[in-house]
Design a protein around this ligand. Structure first.
Ligand code: URA
Length: 212
């Protein structure tokens, strides 16, 4: 598994405003949207392309087009939904699957409550969106589902990760015959005893959409 913390002054500034407890939901949503586009630029460096012949107003040339099947973007509900528009701005031709997962606040175990993903992901490059990589349980379950359906190239885009969660994902996929990558804006200090990332930004879903 590969992991990458994207270092950029704009990302660092936006992340600081995002973390601030006084930032309201509307500003939080806009910031997430902008940050995902910046992260997606790095996360999509490995997209596969094929030669494509065109004629410019001046000359014939061979450029590139993205290959088919089209990339698949999978936001993990609820908080991953806040990352979808920023991702699609960069890859408007991607297809979108949905995965609803919930974490039991006592056991911290993740379970799936909704799923709309093609049964065959062979040859697809998959991008999983989830703002917080905390224990890693949700991400491991999500990536396993993609690999079970034939994907061999899965990139998770997260805003923040905890070292414990990243280590969990690393050990889960160390021996798998697949390219699994985690791209993040920040790697924080640790998880607290209720599974929150410290210093983190709180509950990403609540900050995006208000508490339910
Ligand atoms: N999920 C969140 O939204 N925040 C955390 O800190 C951990 C998990």
């Amino acid at each position: 598994m590969r992991s990458l913390v994207v270092e950029h002054p704009l990302l660092a500034h936006k992340l600081t405003v995002l973390r601030d407890a006084t930032t309201d939901s509307a500003t939080f949503r806009n910031l997430v949207d902008e940050m995902v586009t910046l992260l997606a630029y790095e996360a999509t460096r490995g997209l596969s392309t094929r030669p494509y012949d065109i004629v410019t107003p001046v000359a014939a040339m061979t450029g590139v087009h993205l290959t088919k099947p089209r990339p698949m973007v999978v936001p993990i509900l609820r908080a991953g939904l806040g990352m979808l528009d920023g991702m699609l701005r960069l890859i408007p031709t991607a297809e979108v699957g949905f995965l609803g997962m919930v974490r039991d606040e006592e056991s911290l175990l993740a379970s799936t409550y909704a799923e709309r993903i093609p049964t065959d992901l062979t040859g697809r490059q998959v991008f999983v969106l989830d703002p917080m990589l905390a224990t890693g349980g949700t991400l491991v379950t999500a990536v396993e589902l993609m690999l079970d359906r034939g994907a061999r190239d899965v990139t998770a885009i997260v805003l923040l990760a905890a070292p414990e969660g990243l280590a969990h994902v690393e050990s889960a996929f160390a021996d798998r015959d697949a390219d699994v990558t985690v791209v993040m804006a920040g790697l924080d200090e640790h998880l607290n005893d209720v599974g929150y990332i410290v210093p983190g930004l709180g509950d990403a879903g609540d900050r995006l959409y208000g508490s339910v």
